[in-house]
Design a protein around this ligand. Structure first.
Ligand SMILES: [Mn+2]
Length: 478
């Protein structure tokens, strides 16, 4: 049975090779026709080298692309590449790919290599429908990989070549899966990953390890080119929030503000939103990750907007809370200013050498004290009733990137304290349905920190002044 499968795979491979020879020549342009400011191949090459140097002797690591997922019938969800492949290869558009990094020299054609990529074969028919493919030659030329083959060769190469002829060189295999729920995915790659995983585990003397912690370690400190990408995502997001703030008025719907922001992200070159936009007014402002965005926003309510774009794979994460009618009520302003004070003191803690928890501890201190003064809590330890999340998380390729213990230059994370007073809370009614979060992007520098989203106002007077202006969301559309 196994040999039958291999035969089948080999014949598929050779069929593809034939197809490659006879297909009309769809020449790849000399460089990617898209986005010349993407991180260059040298950046990804350096990442592969750094990862290789972390691998223990006698090991290989396999990284997979993300798979396509069916949305409904014959329509897929928008494709987004896996972060491990983005980080290690710069392959943006294509699913069905993988990368093997090896501590020893693997055979490739008549030579040897420590990196071997697997990509979809060129295919004139498929490319007519779904766009250009790099093919193995393209992966070598455009992405700068030393070696590449078609994805159908991955399984035979792994099991018939590496784990047979080179078995003595392999004690450990590090695996990085395309997505947590890969087993429930519907695509070809998901099936391949599942098979590979199961087959590898049959060999009890082989140690299988998760590759994610290795990547996580590498991704904590950002390369200057990554900081540039995050800054571009952040600049687009600042512009998006400005337009949303100016556009907001009573009786608009939450989704209209999301639409304004998402238009600006994309207008500024972001491929995606970094996460589903959170726009919650009134009773929805106290739901941390509310993204239904269908409610009409009413006079007197606050609206919390947590919206960020993704630029060439890199996320940003920014939140502002504003009064729907353009003027904070006295209670709204008291809570807002408390969150603002907490955020300022937390940002002051962002410097090299400090603990990653230091900004959070400071924010908690300020909020607990403030809530006590306002009579919202009777004991400082009750602050959790209204501030129930952490203050910071790293941001990079993931909007929740791997966190670190001690701050050092080149790390990027959020500072986002909040206070959320749900209806029915044990306090005076006047406080109910006030939800405020302020979130900014911070880059740790050699001697402190830089707020990457500083161009977006935070003070109540500045917000109120902005809201007197009109935004693109106020342009009537027939
Ligand atoms: Mn966040």
């Amino acid at each position: 049975m196994k040999s039958l499968i291999c035969l089948f795979l080999f014949s598929l491979t050779s069929l593809c090779a034939v197809a490659q020879r006879v297909m009309p020549n769809i020449d790849l342009p000399p460089e990617s026709p898209y986005d010349p400011d993407r991180p260059p191949p040298s950046f990804h090459k350096q990442n592969r080298e750094r990862l290789l140097s972390m691998l223990p002797d006698s090991s290989i690591a396999i990284f997979f692309a993300n798979d396509l997922k069916v949305r409904n019938n014959d329509v897929d969800f928008l494709f987004r590449q896996s972060n491990s492949l983005l980080y290690l290869t710069g392959l943006y558009e294509e699913p069905n790919a993988a990368l093997i990094l090896s501590k020893f020299q693997m055979p490739f054609r008549n030579t040897a290599t420590t990196e071997l990529m697997f990509v979809q074969p060129r295919n004139a028919l498929m490319e007519t429908w779904t766009g250009r493919r790099l093919g193995p030659e393209g992966a070598m030329q455009k992405l700068g990989l030393n070696a590449a083959m078609v994805i159908d060769s991955l399984r035979p190469y792994l099991f018939e070549t590496l784990l047979k002829t080179y078995r003595a060189n392999i004690k450990r295999v590090f695996l990085s899966y395309p997505a947590k729920d890969y087993a429930d995915s519907d695509g070809d790659l998901a099936r391949l990953v599942k098979t590979i995983d199961e087959e590898l585990r049959k060999d009890k003397s082989l140690i299988i390890q998760n590759a994610s912690p290795l990547l996580g370690q590498l991704r904590q400190v950002k390369h200057p080119i990554e900081i540039e990408m995050i800054q571009k995502a952040t600049d687009a997001t600042v512009a998006a929030h400005l337009e949303a703030i100016k556009s907001c008025e009573p009786n608009m719907y939450e989704y209209e503000l999301a639409a304004v922001a998402e238009y600006v992200f994309k207008k500024k070159g972001c491929e995606y939103t970094a996460y589903p936009s959170i726009v919650g007014a009134g009773e929805n402002s106290v739901i941390l990750h509310y993204n239904t965005t269908r409610k009409k926003m009413l006079d007197g309510e606050l609206v919390l907007m947590d919206m960020g774009g993704e630029y060439h794979g890199y996320a940003t994460d920014v939140t502002r809370t504003i009064p729907v009618n353009g003027k904070f009520s006295p209670e709204q302003k008291l809570i807002y200013d408390l969150v603002l004070a907490a955020q300022d003191s937390a940002i002051a803690q962002c410097k090299p050498g400090n603990s990653f928890r230091a900004p959070h501890q400071k924010a908690v201190e300020v909020i607990a004290e403030g809530l006590l003064k306002l009579g919202l809590i009777q004991d400082k330890s009750d602050y959790r009733r209204y501030f129930m999340h952490g203050t910071s998380h790293s941001v990079g390729l993931d909007v929740h990137d791997p966190n670190m213990a001690i701050l050092q230059a080149g790390q990027v994370f959020t500072v986002e304290p909040g206070i959320y007073i749900a209806e029915g809370s044990p306090c005076e009614r006047k406080w109910w349905n006030i939800g405020v979060r302020l979130e900014d992007m911070v880059l740790v520098t050699e001697n402190g920190a830089r707020v990457m989203s500083a161009a977006l106002p935070r003070k109540t007077e500045e917000i109120e002044a902005l809201m007197n202006e009109k935004g693109i969301g106020n342009i009537p559309i027939k």
